[in-house]
Design a protein around this ligand. Structure first.
Ligand SMILES: *[C@@H]1O[C@H](CO)[C@@H](O)[C@H](O)[C@H]1NC(C)=O
Ligand SMILES: *[C@@H]1O[C@H](CO)[C@@H](O)[C@H](O)[C@H]1NC(C)=O
Ligand SMILES: *[C@@H]1O[C@H](CO)[C@@H](O)[C@H](O)[C@H]1NC(C)=O
Ligand SMILES: *[C@@H]1O[C@H](CO)[C@@H](O)[C@H](O)[C@H]1NC(C)=O
Length: 391
């Protein structure tokens, strides 16, 4: 535009001069024509130039040319981040307090389909006093299946970790609190384990294990069995008498009635939906904290009752952890070295009958307890042959 103005100014000066010198009328017309032509040519060229500039500045896909400032380009060349930043799993050793942790863990997407490839994982949650005693066997169990499992350990805060931890358990201890067996704080610990495991969106099934638990099938069998199961595995049954219904406190009415009271083993296996319900429960658990103390053994009643009230149709009502109560008494049998034989393992693996996804099966247990640490060398020896580890 500047060029056009200049040429107009030049033309008017020439016009003035021409009027002063009437002899040069012809010269004036010649100059006027030239000026006009120059103006027209210049203005149309300028329009083209500015149009091109605009076009290349606003078109994202345009190939970079010399006229586009280079500083604006790198933003389009970064690799795609997508949801990565939003689904970051916090460090196992975070400093969220109990309220913060449970609140964060209770979050769930309402769109059921994942907009990315999600490899579902099994969360193995160990509730222990000290170290995971059977770690070398678990080590063999997990070998070669990275990316399909997560491990969480809740152990007594006074445990020192003086012995070097085995690799798969290294750094997997969650912020833990003291637990008294039989008290409601054992359920707090279970909820703490669930909440920590829920922070990883990939975790789909959640297994609670003790330090004396062992796997009795190889990883692939356990993984397929859990992922394909249409049911949760929280043992839940009615038991009349002092150690069953006798532990019910009528002050739990009207939220929990005596006919809704259940008993069962604390060693559960559940899916993500139920795990979220458990960490979000603010109605039933406070009642247990108030009215199920000491001789009530809340860990044997809270989940069996909660699950049978909230999701009875999705529960198998049986535990996946084999245990021997045949001797009676308050504690199940403990097995030491000489009791561990191939036949013993086979009996745990397929000595029962139960239902799985609507079909009868003899694979009712995937884990077993209570195994003493001195059984480890035998278990390691039998595992490849009987349990098909490393196959
Ligand atoms: C933990 O370690 C300290 C010193 O390192 C020791 O005094 C204490 O007894 C240990 N506690 C346990 C439970 O092993
Ligand atoms: C579930 O079972 C089917 C066969 O019934 C199998 O093809 C599939 O791989 C199993 N799913 C998982 C997650 O293992
Ligand atoms: C488990 O028990 C509940 C009642 O507590 C019942 O509704 C449900 O059908 C039972 N599930 C199975 C598989 O038997
Ligand atoms: C039950 O067993 C039958 C025959 O063995 C099989 O065809 C069917 O797929 C099984 N159903 C389930 C749900 O596993």
């Amino acid at each position: 535009m500047k060029g056009l103005k200049q040429s107009l100014v030049t033309t008017s000066t020439k016009l003035f001069n021409a009027i002063l010198q009437p002899i040069n009328v012809l010269y004036f017309f010649f100059l006027f024509g030239c000026g006009l032509a120059t103006g027209v040519i210049l203005s149309s060229n300028l329009k083209n130039v500015s149009c091109n500039l605009l076009a290349s500045q606003f078109s994202v896909s345009a190939a970079p040319t010399k006229t586009v400032p280079l500083a604006t380009l790198p933003a389009f060349e970064l690799p795609r981040i997508g949801l990565k930043e939003h689904l970051k799993v916090p460090d196992v050793k975070h400093d969220m307090d109990e309220k913060e942790l449970l609140w964060r863990a209770s979050m769930t997407p309402r769109i059921r389909e994942y907009p990315f490839d999600r490899v579902p994982k099994v969360a193995f949650m160990f509730l222990t006093k000290g170290p995971v005693l059977m770690a070398p066997l678990w080590e063999k169990f997990f070998q070669g299946h990275e990316g399909m499992y997560s491990i969480y350990v809740h152990s007594s805060p006074s445990y020192n970790e003086s012995k070097p931890e085995s690799p798969v358990f290294h750094g997997r201890r969650i912020p833990s609190k003291d637990v008294q067996w039989g008290s409601t704080n054992i359920i707090e610990a279970e909820r703490r384990l669930l909440a920590n495991a829920l922070l990883d969106i990939s975790n789909q099934r959640f297994v609670l294990l003790s330090e004396s638990c062992i796997p009795i099938f190889d990883f692939s069998t356990v993984y397929t069995h859990l992922m394909n199961s249409t049911k949760n595995h929280v043992e839940s049954y009615v038991l009349n008498g002092p150690v069953g219904n006798g532990r019910y406190d009528p002050r739990m009415r009207p939220v929990i009635k005596i006919e809704q009271w259940r008993k069962g083993s604390q060693w559960f296996e559940m899916d993500r939906d139920l795990a979220i319900d458990v960490v979000s429960d603010q109605e039933y658990f406070p009642l247990f904290q108030k009215h199920c103390k000491r001789k009530c053994y809340a860990d044997e009643h809270y989940l069996p009752t909660f699950v049978s009230m909230k999701h009875p149709e999705r529960n198998s009502n049986r535990s996946l952890t084999w245990v021997d109560w045949s001797r009676g008494g308050a504690h199940p049998a403990k097995f030491s070295r000489t009791r561990v034989t191939v036949e013993f393992l086979e009996r745990m693996r397929s000595g029962s009958k139960c239902m799985y996804n609507g079909n009868s099966t003899s694979t009712c247990f995937l884990f077993a307890r209570k195994l003493c640490p001195d059984t480890l060398d035998r278990l390691l020896r039998f595992a490849p042959k009987v349990m098909h580890f490393n196959s």
